[in-house]
Design a protein around this ligand. Structure first.
Ligand SMILES: [Zn+2]
Length: 208
């Protein structure tokens, strides 16, 4: 299954590539957060495929009564797990808390409490499919992997825990912008998982 994953920054190039058919083989769009929802909606409309996304720390709080708090045509996968095209895909939105009033921000212990909510479904998947998860989508990176030492860019330890118990083949995240000095923060193997920093976009063929 070919995936187009986007995060954090609008790329003007994407508009040209999408309209010229460059992504015609893409079967799934993944949004890793901090994206204007209009950008995600454009991609879904142009490519006419399923989209799953998680909110980032610069996205609005999801609110059922407010259409601007979600991306139309896509599914907010925060703390949810779905089966799509035989892939088990789970989402974990937000970043570490660095402002008391920040949206989609969690202390390390809040993040653990959230991750634990995914446990029943992961266990059910294990019983039903022999594996808990294939793809994890998050905004934040795990702690100590692709993250940064400044308070806003510490990774979430709950994600390391999730990766250890769910053992997905792929973990897509955003939040960490790449500069010349941190170009090593693109792809890391963690146990069975390939951890991919999506910023600003990536296409990848995933397999079981
Ligand atoms: Zn972010």
């Amino acid at each position: 299954m070919k995936i187009l994953a986007v995060s954090d920054q609008v790329q003007e190039r994407i508009y040209t590539l999408a309209s010229s058919g460059h992504f015609k083989e893409v079967e799934l769009v993944i949004g890793c957060g901090d994206m204007p929802y209009a950008y995600l909606e454009y991609l879904v409309t142009m490519l006419n495929v399923q989209m799953f996304y998680v909110p980032g720390n610069h996205d609005p709080q999801y609110d059922l009564r407010n259409a601007d708090s979600c991306a139309e045509g896509g599914i907010n996968l925060d703390l949810k797990i779905v089966r799509h095209n035989k892939f088990l895909i789970g989402g974990f939105g937000g970043s570490v808390r660095y402002r008391p009033d920040g949206t989609n921000q969690y202390t390390q212990s809040d993040a653990y409490s959230r991750a634990i909510l995914m446990l029943p479904r992961l266990l059910l998947n294990h019983l039903q499919y022999g594996r808990a998860l294939d793809i994890l989508i998050s905004h934040s990176p795990p702690f100590g992997i692709h993250d940064d030492s400044d308070p806003a860019h510490n990774g979430l330890k709950a994600l390391n825990w999730l990766l250890r118990i769910a053992r997905p083949r792929y973990h897509f995240h955003g939040h960490i912008h790449l500069y010349k000095r941190n170009l090593e923060n693109i792809e890391t193997n963690f146990g069975l998982t390939k951890i991919i920093n999506v910023y600003p976009y990536k296409t990848l063929e995933v397999s079981h």
